[in-house]
Design a protein around this ligand. Structure first.
Ligand code: URA
Length: 245
């Protein structure tokens, strides 16, 4: 693929902007055998995309045909592109991830489901529509583990109810946790396979308690790495993607 098309596909702007970046010497290519990347001034230079690492305006950028990233969502951020009260999680991502051209009118990566503004933890984002659908569809039953801190001490009856199923106001069909592990008097790990609006908070309210803090620790087999600070993002490796399948 031509270098200008590669840059365009990665979200560095229109083809014209990408050609300009290249001609102005802002784009270098890491190549085997050389320690430093080599500046390429030719927009039409043909390169093999697989395994390619570019350096664009001083930042290394590994080529990804599709983007799959994880973010440790901090409290006080909204998962919407057009937030109403708090900063959007998208502002935590570099511009190319937000600008990657897509087939539809939507450009850039999209959050796989949403977390409330006060919820922290593992959020996936991608520009692969099929992946987003597969991960967020209730029919696919992808388990998600939430670490929940509650106001009142949890008792055995509450745990039993969460596992047996509770009725949420607008929905006649009970929803249940597939697992509920009590950590201490005020903390439980709840595993859900659906993603209804405010589901954890509403389930906890339905058993007579109240959520004080909510953190998503795991999606499928993928756990939020302990060394990822709130607000940090990173690409998912192939091994991590496999854990989501
Ligand atoms: N359930 C909630 O109530 N809030 C979240 O952010 C996620 C699940």
């Amino acid at each position: 693929m031509q270098l200008q098309d590669i840059l365009y596909s990665q979200g560095f702007g229109t083809r014209r902007i990408c050609a300009g970046l290249i001609q102005q010497g802002w784009v270098a290519v890491h190549s085997a055998g050389s320690l430093e990347p080599v500046v390429c001034l030719e927009p039409a230079q043909n390169l093999k995309e697989q395994g390619l690492v570019l350096r664009v305006q001083g930042q290394d950028w590994p080529y990804h045909a599709k983007a799959y990233v994880m973010l440790n969502k901090p409290a006080g951020t909204e998962c919407s592109q057009k937030p109403s009260a708090y900063p959007s999680v998208y502002t935590l991502l570099p511009a190319p991830l937000r600008q990657r051209p897509g087939k539809s009118a939507v450009s850039g990566v999209q959050a796989v489901g949403r977390l409330d503004q006060d919820t922290t933890g593992l959020l996936l984002l991608s520009d692969d529509g099929q992946f987003i659908h597969r991960m967020s569809s209730p029919k696919k039953h992808v388990p998600k583990v939430y670490q929940v801190t509650v106001r009142h001490p949890v008792d055995a009856a509450q745990v039993e109810c969460l596992l047996a199923g509770v009725v949420l106001d607008d929905d006649p069909k009970p929803v249940r946790a597939v697992a509920c592990v009590q950590r201490d008097a005020h903390r439980i790990d709840l595993t859900l396979t659906e993603g209804k609006y405010h589901q954890v908070k509403r389930m906890i309210a339905a058993v007579g308690n109240r959520v004080e803090a909510l953190h998503r620790a795991r999606i499928g087999g993928l756990e939020l790495p302990a060394d990822m600070a709130p607000g940090q993002w990173r690409w998912l490796g192939l091994d991590e993607l496999a854990l989501l399948k």
